[in-house]
Ligand binder design. Structure first.
Ligand SMILES: [Zn+2]
Ligand SMILES: [Zn+2]
Length: 256
């Protein structure tokens, strides 16, 4: 296989909307030892199954921040992995340092059933993101983005020269522009309409401006709240970004 794909498992947000589940995304690439999951909002383990990814195949997860719509299915995943039928193997979770505290909270709420087995936690220190770390032949980089005190955006440099960035949740952020410089695909949150912006999030126009400023080749809009019509988002974003714009929907697959 040449290239790879970015599959949207959850194109929505914290509020319910049919066809737009809470945040989760899947990167597949021939050079990676298995798929890489980004965020794990409610419904993720069912969405993984819909994409043919078994719990045994899921070996690595990256979490951008600890809002429920990005991480709650970690509890469901830990519980499911303990079932012998899952045949779960080693798992690595890459996340801001507070992951340890969040997982301890899941244990105190749900008991031993929500404790991850055979799992290594890989803290993503805020200052280490420019150098990043190596996942097989791919480099993972990140930067704090200010959405929450420890929220991050991430970027991947794939061995075939393709670069991808995923904003997670963020407002406009100069460090994110540097992180995502000249990426081939910018997967950007696009939460609220231009007419009614909310702090700490992007709108179609501010997501498009981010894509333009960082020199992205393509823009994939995701994380739509119900008050934003994705087709209207596409029209608005096209006014501030001249490259191709794609719309996420649960299950949509985008080539790399
Ligand atoms: Zn969110
Ligand atoms: Zn958030």
């Amino acid at each position: 296989m040449t290239g790879g794909s970015w599959t949207v498992l959850g194109a929505g947000s914290a509020l319910p909307r049919s066809g737009y589940g809470p945040s989760a995304h899947l990167l597949r690439h021939a050079s990676l030892d298995g798929p890489l999951l980004f965020d794990c909002g409610p419904g993720t383990i069912r969405a993984l199954d819909a994409q043919g990814v078994t719990l045994a195949e899921l070996r690595r997860i990256v979490i951008t921040h600890f809002h429920v719509d990005h991480c709650l299915d970690l509890a469901a995943l830990a519980f499911a992995r303990r079932n012998p039928a899952a045949r779960a193997g080693p798992l690595e979770i890459f996340a801001p340092e507070r992951l340890r505290e969040v997982l301890a909270g899941l244990e105190s709420a749900f008991g031993r059933g929500a404790v991850f087995q055979d799992t290594t936690l890989r803290p993503l220190e805020p200052d280490a993101g420019a150098k990043g770390l190596q996942l097989d032949a791919t480099r993972l980089r990140w930067t704090p983005n200010g959405h929450t005190p420890d929220a991050i955006s991430v970027a991947l440099d794939l061995p075939d020269g393709v670069r991808v960035a995923y904003t997670g949740d963020t407002g406009p952020c100069p460090a994110l522009e540097d992180l995502a410089r000249e990426v081939d695909l910018l997967v950007s949150e696009c939460s609220f309409p231009d007419e009614s912006p909310v702090g700490g999030h992007l709108t179609p126009t501010s997501a498009a401006e981010l894509a333009t400023r960082c020199g992205a080749r393509r823009l994939l809009l995701t994380h739509f709240y119900p008050m934003l019509d994705p087709r209207a988002a596409l029209r608005a974003a096209a006014g501030a970004f001249s490259g191709p714009i794609e719309l996420a929907r649960d299950g949509s697959r985008h080539r790399l």
